[in-house]
Ligand binder design. Structure first.
Ligand SMILES: C[S@@+](CC[C@H](N)C(=O)[O-])C[C@H]1O[C@@H](n2cnc3c(N)ncnc32)[C@H](O)[C@@H]1O
Length: 370
């Protein structure tokens, strides 16, 4: 039996695809990982044929454009009724996404954000597109899958379903899943190798055979940076070296570590309980990201603020506090801003945990930083 959400709904995700070509969607979702996920009921994709809502006896859904010009336009009424047929299933507010070359270009952050929804409605256009008036009435998001023009929205909808489904718990098996992959922290992934050890005279990089996990991780990070610089320098500019930092013992350490893991695969850690670190002058750069967890009721060193020697150069900062008042959190936020940090957000951790887990917080930080 599938897991139940707290709301009583089955776990997983529902997609409603509004299309003139339902077979195109159904067939693509029968095979491979998504086919398995559908059979397990982890993703439920229902197609709605827009043509079923035509008012025309020949079931036409398109007409000539006002103002002339080439091509046909999909009429507002059948599209609207198709959307309403989904709305009637429950009162819930759903995001209605129109796949269009005029939308925000899909990326991993948008995918992750959409994966937090329980249901998505995907509207596929054809011909020259859809009458603007129904889009204005019903569509909440405009999404493109890239800067080129397709003949219809179905391939776009499939791309979106595929990318979003990978975040639905259980869709990927343990071997397939990874918390981080290309793009999640604006880095392309390192190269992969499998057996044989030597293929046509080309050997696998030695470090991968060393069994030394620290070295392997360092090599992968280096390759990731190198590859992103070569192939996607635009992404490299948007990537941040994440530093998780805490003050106030275990209570502060564990959220700092957890958040760091969610934000970046290659984050490093700083323990500001260590006197040595407090005494050292450290300047953080603009391309670094500081995730700072502080127990506000932990005793401060006799010299004063433990971060007095820490400076930023417009370095983005997410400040998480435990215990302590809102006033003391704001005071610390102001202090760090004066030290050169750019405060992205400041939260009380207990409140944050009530509102959502570290994954949600990490997503919020990634969106703010861009
Ligand atoms: C030929 S296109 C229409 C393009 C429209 N005349 C324009 O210039 O914006 C037909 C349909 O394909 C889909 N489509 C085309 N390119 C797309 C893209 N890059 N991303 C997502 N959907 C796309 C849209 O649903 C669109 O309504």
């Amino acid at each position: 039996m599938s897991e139940q959400r707290e709301s009583g709904r089955p776990a997983g995700m529902d997609f409603y695809v509004l299309t003139l070509f339902p077979d195109m969607i159904r067939q693509a979702l029968e095979v491979s990982i998504l086919g398995r996920a559908s059979r397990k009921g982890l993703i439920r994709v229902q197609t709605v044929n827009i043509r079923d809502f035509s008012e025309d006896r020949h079931m036409r859904v398109d007409d000539y454009p006002y103002g002339g010009g080439a091509g046909m336009v999909m009429e507002a009424e059948p599209v609207c009724r198709a959307i309403e047929s989904v709305e009637q299933r429950s009162q819930k507010r759903r995001r209605v996404i129109y796949l269009t070359p005029q939308g925000r270009v899909l990326n991993q952050t948008i995918v992750e954000e959409l994966a937090k929804e329980e249901e998505l409605v995907l509207l596929c256009g054809h011909y020259e597109g859809i009458d603007e008036r129904v889009l204005e009435e019903k569509v909440t998001d405009y999404i493109s899958i890239g800067d080129y023009v397709l003949t219809g929205g179905e391939l776009g909808a499939l791309v979106l379903i595929d990318a979003v489904s990978r975040f639905v718990p259980g869709v990927l098996s343990n071997e397939e899943s990874a918390q981080f992959e290309s793009l999640q922290d604006n880095l392309l992934e390192y190269p992969h190798y499998t057996r044989p050890e030597v293929w046509r005279g080309k050997a696998v990089p030695e470090v991968l055979l060393s069994g030394d996990h620290r070295k392997i991780e360092a090599w992968r990070h280096e390759k990731s940076l190198e590859r992103t610089g070569e192939r996607r320098p635009d992404l490299l500019e948007k990537s941040f070296r994440t530093v998780g930092c805490w003050y106030g013992g275990e209570r502060a350490r564990s959220p700092a570590e957890e958040l760091t893991r969610w934000v970046s695969r290659y984050g490093s850690l700083m323990d500001y309980d260590r006197r040595k670190l407090q005494k050292q002058c450290r300047v953080m750069e603009k391309q670094e990201l500081l995730l700072l967890a502080v127990d506000l009721e932990a005793e401060w060193p006799k010299e004063g603020n433990p971060f007095r020697n820490l400076r930023g150069r417009e370095t983005p900062l997410a400040l998480l506090t435990l215990r302590g008042s809102r006033d003391s959190r704001e005071k610390l936020g102001r202090f760090l801003t004066e030290q050169g940090f750019r405060l992205l957000l400041s939260r009380d951790l207990t409140e944050q945990q009530k509102a959502g887990g570290m994954d949600l917080l990490a997503l919020e930080i990634r969106k703010k930083i861009l």
